[in-house]
Every structure is written in structure tokens, then in C-alpha cells.
Write a protein that binds this ligand. Sequence first.
Ligand SMILES: Cc1cc2nc3c(=O)[nH]c(=O)nc-3n(C[C@H](O)[C@H](O)[C@H](O)COP(=O)(O)OP(=O)(O)OC[C@H]3O[C@@H](n4cnc5c(N)ncnc54)[C@H](O)[C@@H]3O)c2cc1C
Ligand SMILES: NC(=O)c1ccc[n+]([C@@H]2O[C@H](COP(=O)([O-])OP(=O)(O)OC[C@H]3O[C@@H](n4cnc5c(N)ncnc54)[C@H](O)[C@@H]3O)[C@@H](O)[C@H]2O)c1
Length: 494
Amino acid sequence: MSKPKKFDRNLIVIGAGAAGLVSAYIAAAVKAKVTLIEAGAMGGDCLNSGCVPSKALIKTARVAQQVRDAARFGVRLAAPQIDFPAVMAHVRKSIADIEPHDSVERYTDLGVEVLQGRAQLVDPWTVKIALNAGGAQTLTARAIIVATGAEPLVPPLPGLERVGYVTSDTLWERLANLQQVPDKFLVLGGGAIGCEMAQAFARLGSRVTLVEMADRLLPQEDSDVSDAVQRALSADGVTVLTAHQALAFDNNETQLTEAGSVRLRGPGGELELEFDHLLLALGRRARGSGFGLEELGIVEDGKLYTDPFLRTRYPHILAAGDLVGPYQFTHMASHQAWYAAVNGLFGDLKKFAVDYSLVPRAVFVEPEVASVGLNEQQAKERGIPYEVTRYGIDDLDRAIVDGAAQGFVKVLTAPGKDKILGVTIVGENAAELIAEFVLAMKHRLGLNKLLGTIHIYPTMAEANKYAAGNWKRAHAPEKLLRWLERFHRWRRGQ
Ligand SMILES: Cc1cc2nc3c(=O)[nH]c(=O)nc-3n(C[C@H](O)[C@H](O)[C@H](O)COP(=O)(O)OP(=O)(O)OC[C@H]3O[C@@H](n4cnc5c(N)ncnc54)[C@H](O)[C@@H]3O)c2cc1C
Ligand SMILES: NC(=O)c1ccc[n+]([C@@H]2O[C@H](COP(=O)([O-])OP(=O)(O)OC[C@H]3O[C@@H](n4cnc5c(N)ncnc54)[C@H](O)[C@@H]3O)[C@@H](O)[C@H]2O)c1
């Protein structure tokens, strides 16, 4: 089909998760005529089955842990009792309270037309929407942003279809029907979801086993981070099996059951584990099939190609968020959305390549893990020379009084310079603490500048300054100090 002479819309956005919502918001803000199409719940993965429910559950688990720990602070409490339906009510209420931020009403007020239905690209400029309420609508647009997210990876493991596993997409539905916290809970995958959920369920009272194929948890992080997280999870009662591979599942039943067993192979040989519930947390892959992308050659062999401007093989069809990757975070989806919206609406005049140079990330286990820029393993892989400065949070006054004296701040700098290449923080509120380094790196402020700012005493944020202080001490101007020593001796008349 040839390009139409006139279009119904400046922009059509498919998918109302973080990437789609922000794209539509930006388009409306610059007065474009924009339609946002969502087949499921507004807010997508983050609000409905990702960040929000998981962080709500993690909060409850932390409260339970604080009750267990209370005696340490001189407060005697009975062991926490988990009212699981009430826990899930807290999860649902968190979603409900945040829902208005992403609602049809809010976006309509912002000037976005929202259509609830399933979008299908019928040609490069035309989208057909099978409306949830019935009927269909067809619209043409000058630009289209595809922001359809990702879905959990389910590997073809023998017997998996016989056990009623859940993924992060279906976990919440399963939990909503439980009266008690799951007993034997098996989590496959020791990445972000696996670690966060394993610790949360252990703290809620489940007997959790976490199985990771790699030889350590969170294999994207440095090994000292993996070690700290494994220690924390083990201390909370999680059985961590790294370097273990799932071979096959079984349930000894003729029909599908939630409970079952898995045969694993690890360094010590094969072992069998039973579970009541199985969570697969093995990564998420782009949701790019079934709505016209393959037919248009935008997705080939399951892969979606985008250029640095987020344009597909059709420059007016762009993609953003988890569908594109490589970083599957809500803040990355919003970051890419700006580029997709601006390049989609104005790309023929001026276009911008996505800046991936500074992507902060966090894993919300306790102690939290947060990082930005390079870590040691990335610096080594890329052959980038670096120096490491560490500050141990066990030494920090605020952490000591709060009973949170664990973790570290690790800063990578260019050799001999205070230029920050990357930072990893393990510790309470690490995801908040990292923000200072994100700002510093973005605006090219080195450790000397960071050291020159006043940090409130006693705060966790002082850890950042002490890390800078450690760097300064290690790079003290020895010659000048020797000269000063002689100067002071001379001033004493000796
Ligand atoms: C358990 C869990 C915890 C997480 N925790 C965090 C966290 O703490 N911090 C963080 O930054 N990230 C977290 N994430 C990741 C985060 O949720 C995602 O990166 C983010 O939601 C991606 O947004 P998106 O807009 O790309 O996709 P999505 O939110 O998946 O949105 C895509 C939308 O497109 C819709 N759609 C798909 N196909 C069509 C179609 N043909 N027509 C119409 N609509 C369609 C879908 O229904 C969906 O609503 C977590 C993820 C999970 C699973
Ligand atoms: N705090 C956050 O920002 C946050 C929280 C949760 C999820 N997320 C996002 O969601 C995405 C998906 O999370 P995830 O934890 O599913 O994926 P992930 O890629 O982070 O981790 C998957 C883990 O599973 C392991 N694995 C793969 N196949 C395996 C197998 N057969 N047996 C055992 N282990 C196996 C991998 O080695 C990896 O460590 C992540 O990319 C992340 O960006 C972010």
C-alpha cells in the first residue's frame, strides 16, 4: 500500500504501559493528535503485575522481618502472623491507589484519545483496533509507536506443562486465591524477579528454594554483590542453589497440579525437590508477534530491529520499552518513550539517538543493590582501565544506629582521576543513594566535587561522601604533604 496523502492521527501508540503512556503524554503535550491503544489494563506490566505488586509484597515482607528483628532494638513482640488475604489486599490497594496515574480519565484529560482494544497493524500506516467493547475501528497515522512490552520466558523443559507453574504475569492471580502463604515455594531463576520474590516469600514464612543456572545470583552484577545477596537470602532462610539446572518436572498425577517435583543437576550430581508452587523467573522476551509486525517484516525470526533512534525498518514506525530492551526497567521505558515520541513526530526535521550511557538500576532485596555506569565485570569485558574505591557501610554511623550496618559503596574511577566510571551500592536505601552519583556522572562532576558538598549527619547518604573521601586519601598529593610537614616543623621552630 502506498503512503496515504492524509492521516487521521499524528501518532498512534500501541500499548499503555510505561513506554506507551509516556509517549502519548509527550505527543499530547506538544499538541499532536494522538491515540493510545491498550488491549488489557492501563498501566501495563509495571502497575498490574510488575513493580507495583512486587514492591507492595516486599514491603509487607520487610515489616514481618522488622517484627522478628524488633528485640534487637529492645522491643519485644510476638512472632509475626501473616494474614495472607490481608497481605494481598494491601497489594491490590497499592495498585488501586496508583491506578489513577495511568487511567483512561487522566490521559483523556491530558488530550490523549484512549481506545481499549487490540491493535493490529494492517499496513505501515493503518492500525485496526478490535475494541474490547465490541466492534472495530481503523485509523491511519503519520507515525506509530509500538510499545507492547515483554512476556515471561517459559523454556521447553520436560514435564513443565504438567505442573501448574506461575510466572510474574500469573503469580498475582494465583496468590489472590490463597488463604495461606505458600509453603514449599520453588523459584527458578536468580535474577531480579527471582531474588526479590524469594526473599519476600521467605520472610512471609514460605520454605523457599531459589535455583539459578549460573554460578551466582544476579550474574549481571559483580561477584561481591552476588555474594552479599546470597548471604542475605540465606540468612532469611532461602535455600540457594546456584550452578543448578532444571532437567525435568513431574507431578505423579494424571492431571495438571500446582504441586510437583523437579529434578536438578548441580555440581554435586542430581537431586529431586518437591514444591507446592513453582515460579518461573527466567527473563522476559519481546512481545512482538500476532499483531502485524512479522507480516511487515519489522519482526524477523522473533527479533525486532530498531536503529539508535528507535525506528524500525519503516522510519515512521518506532518501538519503545521492554519490546526493544536491552534494559527492561520502567524508567528505561519512559526514557525511550521521549526519544520515540520526539523522533516519531519530528524525526524528519531533527532526530535524537537514545542515550544509554547512564542507566541506573536496582534490585529491591534487603540490603538493596543499586548501580549506575560500569561495574567491574563490564569494565574488564570492555577493556576499560579503572581503579576501585570502596567504603564499607558497616562503618557508617547512621547504618549502625539503624541496625543496617552492612553493604558497601564501590566506585570505579578513571586511573589517577576523580572521574566516575560507575558505582555499585549494596545497603539500605541503595536505590535512593545512587541518585547522587547519577547526577554527578550525568553532569561530569568528579569525586572531588562530591566531597565538597555538605551531607547531613547522620544519614545513609554520607556513605557516598565517605567513599569519595577514601578516594581522596588514596590520591593524596604525597609531595605536597611532605612539604607541608617540613613547613609545620619549621613553624614550630624545630
Ligand atoms: C515482577 C516484576 C517486577 C518488576 N520490578 C521493576 C522495578 O522495581 N523497577 C523497574 O524499573 N522495572 C521493574 N520491572 C520491569 C517493568 O515492569 C517493565 O520494564 C515495564 O513495565 C515495561 O513497560 P513497557 O511499557 O515497555 O511494557 P508493558 O508495561 O508490558 O506494556 C505493554 C502493554 O501493551 C499492551 N499490548 C500488547 N499488545 C497489544 C496490542 N496488540 N494491542 C494493544 N495493546 C497491546 C499490553 O497489554 C501491555 O499493557 C518489573 C517487572 C516484573 C515482571
Ligand atoms: N528491580 C527491578 O528493576 C526489577 C525487578 C524485577 C524485574 N525486573 C526486570 O524484569 C526482567 C525480567 O526479570 P527476571 O528476573 O525474570 O530475568 P533476569 O534476566 O533478570 O534473570 C533471569 C535469571 O534466570 C537464570 N536462568 C535462565 N534460565 C535458567 C534455567 N533454565 N534454570 C535456572 N536459571 C535460569 C539466568 O541466569 C538469570 O540469572 C529483568 O530484565 C529486569 O529488568 C526489574
